[in-house]
Design a binder for this molecule. Structure first.
Ligand SMILES: [Zn+2]
Ligand SMILES: [Zn+2]
Length: 219
């Protein structure tokens, strides 16, 4: 990919948001020094990381096993080895929704398939939008934070006190701006409904510092 001066979109960065092949191996095999530091009290993560994948299928009878497609297009299994075997997540499991797994590691299942074994329910979350929508929301959030003047997300009008154009934020995502109710309604029907969910899902990620590890994150 060509280098650009644009600030990198948070969720596109492969360091904190690696595809499956970039995840560390389970530590019983070998400590991955890209992810862990050797400190006085043993190994400690040197950064936070989170796997993102889009649900393509849900299999498994005894427990929830999700087939998810990662950023590279590889389909892997995410197995819910939590106390409730994934029951609490069931209502949100839908093809096309995105699964986020904190601190995921590459696991080889007994049936020889590869994937992630989730043991702690607070490490997994489902975001009700596609992976592409979530990544695009992340791109948009990055561009906006550069201090671009706000524009109405529907008609493009800029904030202007002299002609009484005041932009207000969408109360759900607190991200999209509109000059009035008509524009807001129009944008909602034209696709903001889906984008909004992605932006709301994104907020949890953008509010955190992924570069420095102090304590484990949990959903
Ligand atoms: Zn407008
Ligand atoms: Zn919104």
């Amino acid at each position: 990919m060509p280098k650009s001066k644009k600030p990198q979109s948070l969720l596109r960065n492969t360091f904190n948001f690696p595809a499956f092949n970039g995840l560390p191996d389970e530590p019983e095999n070998e400590i991955d020094l890209k992810y862990y530091d050797d400190g006085p009290f043993g190994f400690k993560p040197s950064q936070h990381w989170c796997f993102l994948g889009e649900i393509v299928d849900s299999i498994g009878l005894v427990r929830t096993l999700l087939r998810v497609k990662d950023k590279d297009g590889q389909v892997v299994t995410t197995g819910l080895y939590t106390d409730d075997r994934g029951e609490a997540l069931a209502p949100q499991i839908k093809e096309g929704h995105t699964v986020a797994v904190l601190y995921g590691e590459q696991h080889g299942f007994l049936d020889m398939s590869v994937g992630i074994r989730v043991e702690d329910a607070s490490n997994i979350k489902i975001i009700p939008c596609s992976l592409e929508q979530l990544l695009k929301a992340s791109d948009r959030a990055t561009t906006l934070r550069k201090g671009q003047p706000g524009r109405c997300g529907s008609c493009g009008k800029q904030e202007n006190a002299s002609d009484n154009t005041h932009l207000r934020l969408c109360s759900r995502c607190r991200h999209a701006l509109y000059c009035g109710e008509d524009c807001q309604r129009k944008a909602w029907e034209d696709g903001h409904k889906a984008d909004c969910k992605a932006l709301v899902g994104l907020r949890w990620f953008t509010e955190r510092n992924w570069r420095t590890f102090h304590d484990w994150f949990s959903f």
